[in-house]
Ligand binder design. Structure first.
Ligand code: ZN
Length: 341
């Protein structure tokens, strides 16, 4: 199996992170990727540098204005007097402003609030090149899946909280959505995105909300008590032509293997019913019982059983790395998962 990875992904080193009103060290660190890379090497995966993308592969999912912001924002930020090291928003357009005709700002401070959802996605001088490389890996994994071969993208920074034109929750480019779109472009009639990260994949849901050709299924911590707080409820089923093509399975705090795997079986059953030709898996390990900000409580064995259930679908899959922040366990979890797949 190929594992797509580019060392430039290590250059994104976010610092800023706010938690319960306190400034903390950001935990989406390069050491996460290093731990996963060691596991890939130990498994004997073919670690492959992805090819560069054409711009149209990105704009199939993301707006050109948003891509420009990620690419050029840091240099505009650096020209301001007395600026911090990373772009972090101190204002976002509120729903009331949007209802009254709010529009994008010409200034970098205004743009940062416009193009970010929260304070957990600081944009640094190397964020663009690292995000782009992660996206290239996801698209390369999709190309493998389009040829009938399951592949893994060691995507870091992760992607599933990023919308078409908004970063959030450590995510900038939506790697899973780019992979799903690529599979459609490469001939898959129907694609399913199965998101097993412990957080709701709100960005992916938003991107495919009205799409009848991409099914989005997510099992995650109940948003009433967990990021992203406002979406991920069971009654969100898609809109327009996409009604019925979104499936959310929110789980109570502390849910372990049995509850999590039952939700996974439900999601797989719906994906089968949808008639997907190919699969994109948003693979987060933050449902682990050993996660620092733990909400769910899934064991190593649970992740292996999940992989076996996903493998039993016999669908070619692009496996896209999302979260998982305990660098002492995510390598072992990746090995259990991919070996069981
Ligand atoms: Zn997560």
């Amino acid at each position: 199996m190929k594992a797509f990875w580019d060392p430039i992904q290590l250059t994104h080193q976010p610092v800023f992170f706010l938690q319960r009103g306190q400034l903390r060290q950001n935990f989406e660190v390069p050491a996460r990727a290093e731990a996963l890379l060691v596991a890939c090497r130990e498994m004997g995966l073919s670690i492959t540098m992805p090819a560069n993308l054409t711009n149209s592969a990105l704009t199939a999912v993301h707006s050109a204005e948003y891509l420009d912001f990620l690419r050029t924002g840091p240099s505009a930020w650096a020209k301001m007097a007395d600026h911090g090291p990373e772009l972090v928003a101190n204002i976002h357009p509120s729903p009331e402003m949007l209802a009254n005709g709010a529009r994008p700002s010409a200034t970098i401070v205004g743009q940062t609030g416009w193009f970010t959802a929260d304070t957990s996605c600081p944009v640094g001088p190397h964020t663009w090149q690292a995000s782009l490389a992660a996206a290239c890996g996801a698209i390369a994994a999709a190309d493998e899946a389009a040829a009938g071969r399951t592949a893994y993208a060691l995507a870091r920074p992760p992607g599933h909280h990023a919308y078409a034109a908004r970063a959030g929750g450590h995510c900038y480019l939506n790697n899973a959505a780019l992979a799903a779109q690529r599979l459609r472009a490469r001939g898959a009639g129907r694609v399913a995105v199965l998101d097993i990260d412990s957080h709701h994949g709100n960005g992916t849901q938003g991107i495919f909300w009205e799409r009848p050709d991409v099914f989005f299924a997510s099992l995650h911590g109940d948003p009433n008590a967990y990021y992203p707080w406002y979406v991920g409820h069971a009654d969100e089923r898609g809109g327009g032509d996409g009604i019925g093509c979104t499936l959310n399975l929110p789980l109570r705090q502390g849910s372990g293997d049995d509850v999590w795997l039952a939700a996974l079986d439900h999601a797989i059953e719906e994906i089968r019913r949808f008639g997907a030709d190919a699969l994109v898996v948003s693979l987060g390990f933050d449902a682990s019982e050993h996660e620092p900000l733990r909400f769910l409580s899934v064991t190593q064995e649970g992740f292996a059983r999940a992989a076996a259930a996903i493998g039993a679908t016999r669908l070619p899959a692009a496996i896209i790395q999302e979260g998982g922040y305990n660098t002492n366990v995510i390598g072992a979890l990746l090995k259990r998962f991919l070996n069981a797949l």
